[in-house]
Design a protein around this ligand. Structure first.
Ligand code: AMP
Ligand code: ZN
Length: 187
């Protein structure tokens, strides 16, 4: 289904993909750009050229397109000489920007742009929908349903937890220091 004529900041991605300088790789139907405010060392967005507003506008007919987005996600990881295991690939359950976009993000989460608890929970709780879960749900239900307000509230207020060990940080700065330590140990 097509819609969304971009307006204001929420249309930033629609404008970004129009500029060839932003395009890392592309296919006939989709493009990969760098996330302007990366929440990890590697953070890319894969967007369809077609005007699909968000995951809530996906239908079964979009499954081939989703496969193409996923292929490009794999390609950009290869182009950057990284490995799939170090990445999360999926959609935000509550997107803020217009135009469907698949996040391709390294699991280090070491970035100055990662500032808030919401930034963390959006990638590290059920607020992040892995690509495979989205296609499974589409095949089962024919659409992607919104989370309830209660569920979103629960996920955004849950305790912080490291994604690489059992550590439970006191707050976001504590988490960021801890993530930085993991990252430096791996390098
Ligand atoms: P979402 O919460 O899934 O809608 O994520 C939108 C993503 O777009 C965020 O990760 C932002 O950092 C990123 N972003 C916002 N504006 C731009 C832009 N103009 N170019 C590239 N990425 C952007
Ligand atoms: Zn840890």
């Amino acid at each position: 289904m097509t819609n969304s004529i971009g307006k204001g900041w929420a249309a930033g991605l629609v404008s970004a993909i129009k500029d060839p300088k932003n395009c890392i790789i592309s296919s006939e139907d989709a493009v990969v750009i760098r996330d302007k405010y990366p929440k990890a060392q590697h953070h890319y967005l894969v967007l369809p050229k077609a005007d699909i507003a968000d995951i809530f506008h996906l239908t079964l007919s979009h499954l081939p397109l989703l496969e193409e987005l996923y292929l490009l996600a794999q390609n950009v990881i290869e182009v950057k000489r990284c490995v799939m295991d170090d990445f999360k690939i999926g959609f935000h359950a509550q997107p803020s920007m217009q135009r469907l976009h698949l996040h391709v993000i390294s699991k280090d989460f070491v970035s100055d742009c990662l500032k808030t608890k919401k930034h963390w929970t959006s990638f590290n709780t059920e607020l992040f929908l892995p690509y495979q879960d989205v296609t499974t749900r589409l095949k089962a239900d024919g659409c992607i349903k919104r989370l309830t307000k209660e569920k979103i509230q629960q996920l955004t207020t849950c305790a912080l937890e490291c994604n690489q060990c059992e550590f439970v940080p006191k707050n976001v700065p504590d988490l960021k220091r801890h993530l930085f330590d993991h990252w430096t140990q791996k390098r």
